[in-house]
Design a protein around this ligand. Structure first.
Ligand SMILES: [Zn+2]
Length: 176
């Protein structure tokens, strides 16, 4: 038996949250993460504009300011806690093997601290990373935050995770 729209209003939760509440006991973290392929909030004109501005931004100070604004706006729209963000001038953490970079870290998210860290410089030469790479990393880490705060998931890289990320990017006009 389904719930009527009025019943949803009584609960005061979005449909996706109700879905999570009802499914949580039955399904694994992996299954839930895989099933949800969309973000459940609309993108505002401000978020769209900030995404566009970030695509032509470069240095740490400007990227920090625009990203803070964008992530605050996304948290408002998703009705979740804001995240603390650090855009670092440090080079990407990396490991070399036989003179080649075999591992590089673009950024990370710490769910317990609600904290995102991003390196704005490439691993070896320390050049500013391309806008697309930067925005990819920023939104990737933010979807981990969304998974944690909104969906109550232990956020892992399932195909559902990447689908949510693509949905967010599409709605932000990333592919235009
Ligand atoms: Zn990740």
């Amino acid at each position: 038996m389904g719930l009527s729209p009025n019943a949803l209003m009584v609960f005061g939760e979005s449909p996706i949250m109700l879905y999570m509440i009802f499914q949580k006991k039955k399904k694994s973290n992996y299954e839930l993460s895989n099933e949800i392929v969309k973000i459940d909030f609309p993108i505002s004109g401000l978020a769209y504009k900030l995404g566009k501005k970030l695509m032509s931004s470069k240095d740490e100070e400007i990227r920090q300011r625009l990203s803070d604004e964008l992530l605050d706006e996304l948290a408002d729209l998703a009705k979740i806690d804001i995240v603390n963000l650090k855009i670092s001038k440090a080079k990407q953490y990396h490991k070399k093997y036989k003179g080649k970079v075999v591992l590089r870290q673009y950024g990370y998210y710490k769910p317990d601290k609600k904290y995102i860290y991003i390196n704005n410089r490439t691993a070896v030469r320390g050049q500013i990373i391309a806008p697309k790479t930067f925005l990819d990393t920023l939104l990737h880490e933010w979807v981990h935050h969304y998974d944690h705060c909104k969906l109550g998931l232990d956020s892992i890289h399932t195909s559902g995770f990447y689908a949510r990320l693509t949905d967010l990017k599409t709605k932000l006009g990333y592919y235009e």
